[in-house]
Ligand binder design. Structure first.
Ligand SMILES: [Zn+2]
Length: 175
């Protein structure tokens, strides 16, 4: 069921027959995935492209998958709505069992584990909620809607003198 595209598979299914022979057996899993519909509203994983770097280990309770899911997120800046593209990195630590607990562990079916829905869920959870394109982004209409970062504290002290005007003090006007 692995996609034929060289750019990335659309599923990540691992045969765990060998692993399950002995508790403590580990296997490194590295994969490039391209998953469709990796988006929540305006927030998405750039091109649906994700890199997965895991260690899968046979444990007494089942199979444990530990590692990292990486990609790039594309989310509109909360002030100016321009796309903000930044690295996405989510830690994975999930358990697969023959009799999974809904919402807590994932199934082992036909001696295989399907990491696709796990990767999908983690990637979506990792999308930033409301990023800014840069800390001092003023938004599309800074005069009408000034960003908080632009509200300067009111100062009692007079503004420092601009040295460029100093020369004017030496001028005299004898009309
Ligand atoms: Zn912005």
């Amino acid at each position: 069921m692995v996609g034929s595209s060289t750019s990335g598979a659309d599923r990540l299914v691992i045969d765990v027959v060998e692993l399950q022979r002995r508790t403590g057996t580990r296997r490194d899993v590295r994969a490039s995935l391209v998953l469709l519909d990796l988006e929540v509203g305006e927030r998405c994983v750039l091109d649906g492209r994700l890199g997965v770097d895991l260690v899968v280990e046979a444990a007494t309770e089942g199979i444990v998958a530990v590692g990292t899911v990486r990609g790039e997120s594309r989310v509109p800046c909360r002030r100016c709505l321009d796309d903000v593209i930044e690295p996405l990195e989510v830690e994975m630590r999930e358990i697969f069992e023959r009799h999974p607990t809904e919402g807590e562990t994932w199934p082992i079916e036909d001696e295989r584990i399907d990491l696709t829905p796990v990767v999908r869920e983690l990637a979506l959870l990792g999308l930033p909620l409301a990023p800014v394109c840069r800390e001092d982004c003023a938004g599309p209409e800074p005069d009408r809607f000034p960003a908080m970062a632009h509200v300067e504290p009111v100062e009692d002290a007079p503004a420092p003198r601009d040295e460029r005007w100093a020369a004017l003090d030496d001028l005299t006007f004898d009309d």
